[in-house]
Design a protein around this ligand. Structure first.
Ligand SMILES: [Ca+2]
Ligand SMILES: [Ca+2]
Length: 192
């Protein structure tokens, strides 16, 4: 009888241990994208990059993935983003990835339609050429000193001679992308 009880107890203990097999393994991240570089201005949803999480006990727990940072990655730069996911037994797994936001898009420069052909009297002062252009899809303010980023080539212009003259303009954004070149044409005339 005593033996039977012991055997029974051992069996019960074994069964209980079997039932209570503990989840000690954290989930695993999968489908980590290789390319995490985005063009400036792209709408990036950090929780929608296709990254998934699978757990040995709980299965697909991708919907439990969270990130540790503010989701504002709107400026050009490199951002460390830490993804975290926990299984039901509270085993955590972290995944750290870098998101690069870059600007490789050249600005598009346009000639202000009002000033495509400007007429001046010989001897006039040079106009403010910065008023003659605009930028598409980018902010432009002619009162700002853009320094060498705004190239206004007036070597062909002679304000004291008759003729059409051309001014060549290019603009470089702060990331070094150079725009197309536009031509402003001015007419210098003699008024008697
Ligand atoms: Ca687990
Ligand atoms: Ca740009």
């Amino acid at each position: 009888m005593k033996h039977k009880v012991i055997i029974l107890l051992v069996l019960m203990a074994f069964t209980l241990t079997g039932c209570k097999e503990k989840d000690v393994t954290g989930p695993v991240f999968e489908n980590i994208p290789e390319v995490l570089t985005f063009e400036h201005g792209t709408d990036v949803d950090l929780l929608d990059l296709g990254i998934t999480a699978v757990d040995d006990f709980d299965g697909d727990i991708s919907s439990d993935i969270t990130i540790n940072m503010d989701k504002d990655i709107s400026e050009v730069g490199t951002y460390d983003v830490v993804y975290t996911v926990s299984d039901e037994a509270l085993n955590d797994t972290e995944l750290s990835i870098q998101i690069v936001i870059e600007d490789t898009t050249a600005p598009v420069i346009v000639v202000n339609p009002d000033n495509e052909r400007a007429i001046f009297e010989i001897g006039s002062d040079e106009p403010n050429w910065k008023l003659y252009i605009g930028l598409q899809d980018e902010e432009y303010d002619p009162t700002i000193d853009y320094g060498e980023r705004l190239s206004i080539d007036t070597t062909n212009v002679d304000m004291d001679a008759v003729g059409p003259f051309t001014v060549l303009v290019t603009f470089t954004d702060i990331y070094g992308n150079e725009s197309n070149e536009v031509t402003i044409t001015i007419m210098m005339i003699e008024i008697e």
